[in-house]
Design a protein around this ligand. Sequence first.
Ligand code: HEM
Length: 181
Amino acid sequence: MFLAFTGFEIHSSYHFFGFEKAVMYHRVAAYLLMGLIAFAVFWHFTTGEWRHYIPTLHNLKSQLAFYLKGIFQGGEHPFQKNIKRKLNPLQIITYLGFKLFLIPITVLSGVYYLFYKNLDGSLFPFLVDIGIEPIALLHTMGAFFLLSFLVVHVYMTTTGLRPTSNIRAMITGYEDLEEEQ
Ligand code: HEM
């Protein structure tokens, strides 16, 4: 959220820190985010949690129908999470896209944006030829998608057992589940 806040100031959407400070804060936060991503990748593989993201078409239709209709009519959730399967099929696809496309596109375009002035043309002729404009567009597009993701994601957090139970799970790392049959 801080990257979005400073990023859109760099983009001239508003004035808050002042351009130079916004750039500096954005850069520091970007390095912190990359550190966090390195830990997250390490964690996914060492704990085996990456298995939760193997996509499946099983129950995808009923999950979609639930979010579009059932959820507004008090319908039963078609997916019961358990320790082995924490994510419903739609969450899997969304988070996989988030982790494999949206985040890499935003981070890699950001890294290019960080270093493009120092790129050695003889070593990276292709990269230098691209120029900064399309990369800046890509980065901004990533930022808009991330913001949209945030809005939908925050809305979805309210659809748990109680409106705050998903947020609680995010903070504590634990979630109360209804007892399985
Ligand atoms: C590791 C991740 C990131 C890196 C390395 C990065 C890097 C950069 C850099 C270098 C700039 C240009 C300003 C400057 O020269 O310092 C920039 C601009 C920007 N960043 Fe990021 N950023 C990252 C993540 C994000 C995220 C997560 C968002 C929003 C969700 C974001 C939104 C923006 C926006 C909107 C701009 C202005 C783009 C423009 O108008 O051309 N950035 N970023």
